[in-house]
Design a protein. Sequence first.
Lengths: 264, 204
Amino acid sequence: MRRSRAHLDDLLDGRVSSGDPLADLVAAVRAPARPTELAGLDAAMVAFASAASVAPSPEEKSPMLKSVAGRLLALKILAIAAGTAAAGGVAYAAVSGNLDHPNASGHSAVASDSSAPGSSAPGSSEGDDSSAPGGSESDEPSGSAPGSGSESDEPSGSESGSPSPSLRGLCTAWLAHPQNDTKLSTNPAYSVLVTAAGGIDSVNGYCTTLLASAHPSHPTHPTHPSHPTNAHVKSPNPHKPTTKPAHPSQAHNTKSPNPHKPSH
Amino acid sequence: MSSPAGPGHDAAAASSRPPELDDVLAAARAGDTAAFGALYRETQPRLLRYASSLVGQDAEDVTAEAWLQIARDLPRFSGDVMGFRGWTATIVRNRAFDHLRALQRRPTTTLEEFFLDRAAEPDTAVTATDNLATSAALRLIASLPADQAEAVLLRVVVGLDATTAGEILGKRAGAVRVAAHRGLKNLAKMLEAHDSLGTASEDD
């Protein structure tokens, strides 16, 4: 069977869905994810939440404004995924470490390891990796607007004593699981969350409340560089930006770039 | 956000990057754990299958290690979804070869030798996915000459464009295209000769 270059390019790009054995082979390696292929989801999410709590990026808030839709999409994907995984029944069993799979214990170790991201310090062999993410951006500017500095000091500036980003991340991971909580509770990665919630039975309510309250009041807007008007929002105490949470959308609602925020 | 809500129901399978995934990537970079989970779901099957072709049944361990690094370094990553795939594939590739070096204690072993070693044990080469057709197809790709195999893997399995794949392999996009085309043609010959996905050929 002769194949034109254009046809081969179509195969490489996945634009040929079927019709010959080679297309079938391409389709096979691009098949939808199997539940077992996603068994490490929990460990990865917990690692991500832990890393975020240890080293919050100064840039953390700025992309949030434009990515609200992305976040909602992500939640939708996770919700769908959770249903799929429950049907599969296998994917999340690795969380409990009870799965009689040779790699299950390995995943548990990974999860607990992730609570100390420093232990997974980049080895010398990762030199090639570090160049890709753009090492020069390690000190990302979070915007030059005066007052933006106050945002980077405390991620949850609008709520004193509010939970850390890692708890929000752990809650997101926790709520992605439809099955009973006792399995999750055996994962040491969630021990912080269970403690914070005051017990295993309280985690669902705690997380639902936390995520519902954290998102709409998230102080993302003031640091967005494309809204310089935030810098002019009058602050009741402009000389102490670090102790006064800059939250223009509350302090001066008429200037808020997005006064109608999602209510969930 | 200006990204159009396209017909993305099968977006993950397409090589072209779905625009909404850039929003998810941006949210994950900003620390959104749910978005990070969505990225994982979109990316991990690609990485796991790629790693399966490199290290066989140790692919899950390799990708799990890779995700720890991804989770740690994502806030410092800059780029779009294609760049993210390329970055994560690079991490998996480096960890896979570290793993093989440690396993075989041959620090100077070349990629070609890895592929030769693996071809000697085709039945254990790909076991990380429980999809038999996927495993068989990956095994067949892995039996190609190394340059063709990696070009096909990065283009088809990981979903990179030729330019991004070339950056990983240290080649120009044109060279990746040629290698991938040759790989596909060889795969077609194998398929025609054996008329079955389940039979890995060692012809080339």
